[in-house]
Design a protein around this ligand. Sequence first.
Ligand SMILES: NC(=O)c1ccc[n+]([C@@H]2O[C@H](COP(=O)([O-])OP(=O)(O)OC[C@H]3O[C@@H](n4cnc5c(N)ncnc54)[C@H](OP(=O)(O)O)[C@@H]3O)[C@@H](O)[C@H]2O)c1
Length: 284
Amino acid sequence: MSGNFRKTIFITGASSGIGKVTSLYLCSKGYKVIGSSRKLSRLDSLIREANNKGEVFFPVELDINLRDGEKGCIEEVLPKLIAQHKHIDVLVNNAGYGLWGPLEGISPEEMENQFKTNVFAPFRLSKIIAGGMRKRRYGRIINISSVAGWVTTPFNGAYASSKYALEAQTEALRMELWPFGIRVSSIQPGLFDTDFHKNMVQGSDAESDDLPYIYFIDRYRQKHKKWRKVIHKSIRIAELIERIIESERPRLRYPIGFEARAGMIGARFLPERLYQWMISRTSM
Ligand SMILES: NC(=O)c1ccc[n+]([C@@H]2O[C@H](COP(=O)([O-])OP(=O)(O)OC[C@H]3O[C@@H](n4cnc5c(N)ncnc54)[C@H](OP(=O)(O)O)[C@@H]3O)[C@@H](O)[C@H]2O)c1
């Protein structure tokens, strides 16, 4: 417990989609929610919506991509935030984006940026927050991963490799922190109603005439249109996060959405060739 709030939550990428819906939901459930965005003004509508319901949301400007030592980086902002709010009970590593395109059409710099946001930032945030949690022998770290952390499709290799890395990070951290009362879990969403697809970054050479993928990319887009009809409401993830926070022994992984569960069952149990053939056929 912290003050009159049930618990103190810090969530990255609160300006949109899953982060915004989760922030509002947890505020309404009596938690103290601190949420970050790279630009403070992007949190204005969230602050207003919370205020209109008589609730308080605590905004913070943080660019999780800045290097250690740069002004406004994680290592500078987070300790101040912890001191200001006394402690943080729950970290939700949510901020992330998808880098899209055939791997040959992605530059090393684009790949590095993908890993900076989706992998290195959760690592740096967890590292700083775990110390305080260990001392109080209580904490939850929830990584918003993806079904792509288990199921790889063509043209999603960059994003999937970042989420696979986040899965490994979650697994190791969970075992390392378990003896200290800290529970680490990942959520693996399928397709949810956010700006994720609008905000996807395409590899700079994905559609280059020098590469042979345009035909397959067109096919991918056609097939993907059908998948886009399978969209779930982000509030389901917000409710799941509350369940994880309140659970004594939350699970390691939570796939959410039937396509996420089906993909994971296929990846685990189908013969490799059959599985790869099915994924290719349904993707491009
Ligand atoms: N929606 C889905 O179908 C889906 C499926 C599987 C997994 N996910 C995961 O869910 C998480 C949340 O995504 P969303 O679906 O809610 O998408 P969204 O609506 O695009 O929101 C993404 C949030 O992350 C932050 N963000 C985006 N790009 C960033 C970057 N380059 N550096 C730092 N922060 C960045 C944004 O904050 P600011 O721009 O304000 O800083 C924004 O608040 C992501 O980790 C994503 O991989 C989503």
